[in-house]
Design a protein around this ligand. Sequence first.
Ligand SMILES: [Zn+2]
Length: 234
Amino acid sequence: MLPAVTQLLVLQDRDKKLRQLKLELKRAPLERKDMETRTAGTAGALDAAKLKAKEIEVKRKELENEVGTRQQRIQKYNQQKLETKKNEEYQAISHAIQTIENEITALEDQELELMDALEQQKPVIAAAEKEAAATKTQVQRQFADLDAKVKSIEAQVETVQAERAKLAAEVEEDLLDTYQRLFDTKDAQAVVALVNEMCQGCHVKSQTHVIHAVKAGKVVTHCLYCGRILYPEN
Ligand SMILES: [Zn+2]
C-alpha cells in the first residue's frame, strides 16, 4: 500500500475515535438532566403525598371546629331551658338541641372518615419517602460515575488529539486537506477499501484502470463515483 494512504488510514482511525469520544461528551449533560428529572420526580411524589395528608388534616380540623361551635350552642340552649317557664318554649328548645346533636353526629362521622383516610395516607408517604431517598442515593452515585467518565474521556481526547497532530504533521498538506474534506463530508469515511473491485464507500464497482492503480499503489487513487481515497483490500 502507498505509505501516504497507510498514514491516512491511521489518521482516520484516530479521527473516528475522536468523533466517538466527543459524541460521548456531548451526551453527558443529557444523562445528567435525566438523573435530575428522576430525582425531582420522586421528590415531587413525596411532596404530593405529604400535601394530601395536610389537606385531610385541615379538613378534619374544620369539622372539629364546627362540632365545637355546635356544642357551645347546645350549652346556651340548655341554659335557656333552665330559665324558661313556658312549656312550649321548652319543647322548642329541646327540639333545637336534638337537631344540633344530629348534626354533631354527622360531623363526627365525617371526622372519623377523614382520620381513616389520614391513616391510609401514612404508608403512602412512607413508601414515597423510601423511593425518594433511594433515588437520591442512586443518582448521587450515578453523578459521581458520570463525572469520572467525563474526566476519563477528556483525558483520552487529549491523548488522541496529540497522536492525531503528530500523524497529520507527517501528511503532505494538499493530501491532508483532501482527506479532511472527505472525512467531514463522507460520514467519516475518507479512506475506504476496494473489495471485490467495489468501493466500500459508495458500493459501486470501480473501473479497470482505477482497480489497477489501487493495486499498483504508486499514486493516491480516488473512487470515480464518490471521490473517496481507495486502498487495496489486502
Ligand atoms: Zn466510491
